[in-house]
Design a protein around this ligand. Structure first.
Ligand SMILES: O=C(CO)[C@H](O)[C@H](O)COP(=O)(O)O
Length: 250
């Protein structure tokens, strides 16, 4: 019972950090994604309030006998997995990742667009480890509520940067016509420090016309550990609704 209250408290804190989006829709997406986890597999556990619903459902399946090994993508998802007694492993201890389930801040939902299925992630500052695990997975399943769907990626793009590099990276972002802001912590003086000990620059580019080109440009800046553009990585998006789930396949 204690664990259930702890989960609810954590989830509420996560949810308060998100802009909009219905909890029912998120729960539907997360629970349906958890149904895709097969016995005897390795699963990547994403970060955020929507992925947390998937972790909760996987935990319930584990309690009912499901045999999985999970790779968390953040301190938060590791803590949730521990609370639910989900067996954990690491990327270097497995032959591969069968399935990764992760949330997103924006998902391009336009079959006519070359960027259909491209994502912005990193609202929770976990995108470096998320990309590592999501990209390693045979199948990467995004969980989202309808507020995340967009025709253009126009939210700020998070960059995880080495602490010493934040001013020089910020200058290079300005040269790409972006406006970088060092992400400040809410409950500590100074900046957010990631799970990897780095800093975050949230970079406004307006509507990103060519996510692939911007991803390449950002990845080439020395000092950038990882950017939050996930292009060509997602295999499916489960969009939770009030009544169920709509599936996009790429
Ligand atoms: O990328 C992420 C964390 O780095 C999250 O997956 C993203 O921010 C979505 O979170 P939520 O499901 O809480 O809206």
């Amino acid at each position: 019972m204690y664990n259930v209250f702890l989960f609810a408290d954590r989830l509420m804190n996560q949810t308060m950090k998100t802009e909009g989006g219905s909890d029912t829709a998120k729960r539907h997406a997360g629970e349906r994604a958890a149904d895709a986890v097969e016995d005897g597999t390795v699963v990547g556990l994403g970060t955020g309030s929507t992925a947390a619903y998937a972790i909760e459902a996987i935990g319930q399946a584990v309690a009912d006998g499901l045999d999985v090994r999970a790779i968390p993508t953040s301190f938060q998802s590791r803590q949730l997995a521990l609370e639910y007694d989900i067996p954990l492993t690491t990327l270097d201890a497995v032959d591969g990742v069968d399935l990764a389930i992760d949330g997103a801040d924006q998902v391009v939902d336009d079959p006519e667009s070359a960027a259909h299925g491209a994502l912005i992630k990193g609202g929770g500052g976990a995108h470096a480890r998320e990309k590592l695990v999501d990209a390693a997975a045979d199948r990467f399943l995004v969980v989202a509520d309808p507020s995340k769907l967009t025709t253009d990626l126009d939210r700020s793009v998070p960059l995880e940067v080495l602490p010493d590099a934040h001013t020089v990276v910020a200058e290079r972002v300005r040269e790409l016509d972006g406006e970088p802001t060092l992400r400040d912590a809410e409950h500590k003086d100074g900046p957010v420090v990631t799970d990897n000990g780095n800093l975050l620059l949230d970079c406004e580019f307006g509507a990103v016309a060519d996510p692939d080109a911007l991803a390449t440009a950002l990845a080439s800046i020395p000092g950038v550990v990882e950017h939050g553009l996930f292009v060509g990585l997602a295999d499916e998006t489960y969009v939770g609704t009030a009544d169920g789930v709509d599936v996009r396949t790429y």
